[in-house]
Design a protein around this ligand. Sequence first.
Ligand code: SAH
Length: 308
Amino acid sequence: MTAKSHKFPLPLSSLDNKSTHRTTKSHHSATVATPQTATQNVRQHVARQQAVKNNAGLSEDKSAKNTVVVASPRKSTSAQAVQTTQAGSSQPSKPMSSANLAAPRRAMVQRLSQAGVQDSVVLDAMDTVPRHVFIESGLVGQAYVDASLPIGHHQTISQPYIVARMIEIMRNGRKLRNVLEIGTGCGYQAAVLAQLCENVYSIERIKLLHELAKKNLRSLRIANLRLHYGDGMHGLPQVAPFDGVILAAAGMQIPDALLQQLAIGGRLIAPVGERQQVLQLIERTGNANWTKTVLEQCHFVPLRPGII
Ligand code: SAH
């Protein structure tokens, strides 16, 4: 059903007992609660800034300055067996392996379908990428809950619903060749995008998160994903145009450079606003023509200029 199965040196599906059965029925509900819980979660877990600690021992990839091809010849480790305890519980739980996380992931995908995500290519991608690999060990028990979770540095991994919804809208049933993501964070959405796009470029402005994403993605060996450290507001003119652009952080407006780097016929999706945010879909219809559609409310971390 998707093109994903031949993309990886190590298929992600080999990491668990993924079932190929899933209902494609979708029941669209206009009353789905979509706002992200990002801010609350960040506040609650700010004390847990473990990602900083996790990053401390990371080594720099000397082969590229700001660009990283995620594929690595190293053996898979983290995705194969995650040992953890249930978040929020002082009781040690049984060890979480990829195998016993496949069922919660499938249940998550089923909920996405019930919430109105209809694109089976997107649902398959969500079913394939092990979200728990991108989440700090103390929170792994919540990996397949439909919530954003803290990843350190006051940032969050996006809520699965919003990831699926935005990709579905950007894709619009098309085969995507070149896609740009602004805001790599921990790398989860980039991994999902890589399932259904020929080439994915993702930019992160926080060096330690760029490093964290590299680390998280290494074991998945995704050959068609390139991570960049930089200010995503400038886009990546050297590889433009993009037939899809997706922003994982909300600005007051969509940076002009990103509009210019959108291919004619391409789609950009972004949260826009400060406290009140909405998803905006921009379609480039001509050399100097773009159309804007305002979609549902959402809640993202802010888009900020510069690098740190
Ligand atoms: N894509 C992530 C979500 C990350 S949260 C996921 O898979 O869940 C949004 C990210 O956008 C943060 O890491 C933040 O640092 C980053 N960000 C904000 N402004 C940015 C900019 N101008 N350029 C690049 N990244 C930016």
